[in-house]
Write a protein that binds this ligand. Structure first.
Ligand code: FAD
Length: 408
């Protein structure tokens, strides 16, 4: 069987490894438009700060070891499901028996002028390298970051580590609004400011400005902000260009069934490019985080091997590890019952619905994360545990969360 995987991110890599663990004979080709071997985006900041190579989460001989024909710097521009072939930017066509779309997501910047040269982003290793190169070559002493989601926060802290003066604007009244509740976000913003990041909330960019090259932004208020380095961190959107004439169904992301099959025969999809059901709420949406990408890649790999495995649903979780105080959030940030405990710099907030944990936020002491996550994922009735959930010792020693986080 001839299997083609588009994308060498966590979803594509895991799909390849999984199918290979069941099937030594199929011919697997993996195509990426990037010039690198597989890397881990969450580990990019550490790579630049500490000069580690942990972002290269697979060894240089991974393609040979895994038996994957690894094609770098190759862009897929079209999928032709009827002919069972893909078309490359070079015009070449490659046939497949089974196809996996793991094309991930890219920057989404709904701000006028975002296409202008000089608007940087941190969504890929090459994009991140351009930012760091500007700083290390002495061309950038100040940076303006538009957006304070988790990628924006990560860039801000990285740039502070590199000695850059950072202004960060956020149109909402809190940072990481998709993930953090207001109280946890207030702690995160205070820590950002303590790191020297000038975070400005309720501050909306109307337009990137510059004479052919971005120099700053015009705010909704009319004020102009300028910096040596202008960075958009306004969100991500799935890479779907290659689907335009394929007939494969997509909305915000690729629509898949519960075995991660797309609407086209023999075409699967996984990772940031798909829409998936939320494990806790059942709502379908984009769930662009690393563990979801690898889990989906795993399911696709098993289904390629003919095992008929069902995908149960995606998680919502995130952690901030460069603030000096760990912050972790998972699941929802509302419920019919809220349990909270604050001691010193530690904050633990747990959201329950119908006696089940639907989300939690931890600041400082994150020892309970593993057990809280397990109880949430299993939808366990925790009424008998309610009194203990806030106990500082609860869940200590549970390593599940550490295992989940070990990819960074
Ligand atoms: C800075 C940063 C920090 C992050 N931190 C965290 C974190 O702390 N925790 C967490 O859970 N998640 C984090 N994430 C998100 C996580 O990295 C993504 O969810 C994950 O990488 C998605 O994997 P993927 O395989 O679906 O897609 P990607 O990793 O996006 O890989 C897709 C690949 O496909 C390639 N491609 C796309 N289109 C084509 C085409 N037409 N032809 C050929 N190749 C193509 C892309 O260039 C890319 O290399 C972070 C992301 C970033 C950018």
């Amino acid at each position: 069987m001839k299997i083609i995987i588009i994308g060498a991110g966590p979803a594509g890599v895991t799909a390849a490894e999984t199918v290979r663990s069941f099937d030594r004979r199929s011919e697997i080709s993996m195509l990426t438009d990037e010039p690198y071997l597989p890397y881990s985006p969450p580990a990019m900041a550490d790579h630049f700060i500490f000069h580690t190579d942990n972002h290269l989460w697979r060894s240089a001989d991974w393609p040979v070891q895994t038996g994957v024909n690894y094609l770098k710097g190759v862009r897929v521009v079209e999928i032709e499901p009827d002919a069972h072939q893909i078309r490359l930017a070079s015009g070449a066509k490659i046939p497949y028996d089974k196809l996996v779309i793991a094309s991930g997501a890219r920057l989404y910047a709904p701000v006028k002028g975002a296409e202008m040269p000089g608007v940087y982003n941190f969504k890929s290793l090459s994009a991140a390298e351009s930012i760091v190169e500007k700083v290390r070559s002495g061309q950038a002493r100040s940076a303006l970051i538009v957006g304070a989601g988790f990628i924006g926060m990560e860039i801000a802290l990285l740039l502070r580590e590199l000695g850059v003066e950072v202004t960060q604007i956020e149109m909402l009244d809190q940072v990481m609004a998709a993930m953090l509740d207001a109280e946890t976000a207030a702690i995160a913003v205070a820590l950002m400011r303590a790191h020297g990041v000038d975070v400005r909330l309720n501050t909306k960019a109307d337009e990137f400005i510059g004479n052919g090259k971005a120099r700053g932004v015009r705010l909704e208020s009319g004020e102009l902000l300028t910096a040596d380095l202008v960075i958009a961190a306004t969100g991500v959107k799935p890479n779907l260009d290659l689907l335009s004439s394929s007939g494969i169904t997509f909305q915000r992301g690729i629509i898949v069934d519960n075995q991660l099959r797309t609407s086209a025969p023999d075409v699967f999809a996984a990772g940031d490019c798909i829409e998936s059901p939320n494990l806790v709420t059942g709502e379908t949406g984009l769930h662009a985080i690393f563990p979801n990408a690898t889990e989906q890649g795993h399911v696709v790999g098993m289904n390629l091997a003919g095992l008929q495995v069902r995908y149960e649903g995606a998680e919502r979780m995130n952690s901030l590890k460069h603030l000096g105080l760990p912050i972790m959030a998972a699941g929802e940030k509302q419920g019919d019952t809220i349990l909270q405990n604050k001691t010193g710099t530690n904050l633990r907030t747990i959201y329950l619905r119908d006696k089940r944990i639907v989300g939690f936020q931890l600041v400082g002491d994150i020892g309970a994360a593993g057990v809280l996550h397990a109880l949430m994922a299993q939808k366990s009735d925790v009424s008998h545990l309610e009194a203990r959930l806030l106990d500082p010792g609860f869940g200590e020693g549970m390593l599940v969360w550490n295992a989940i986080q070990s990819y960074t």
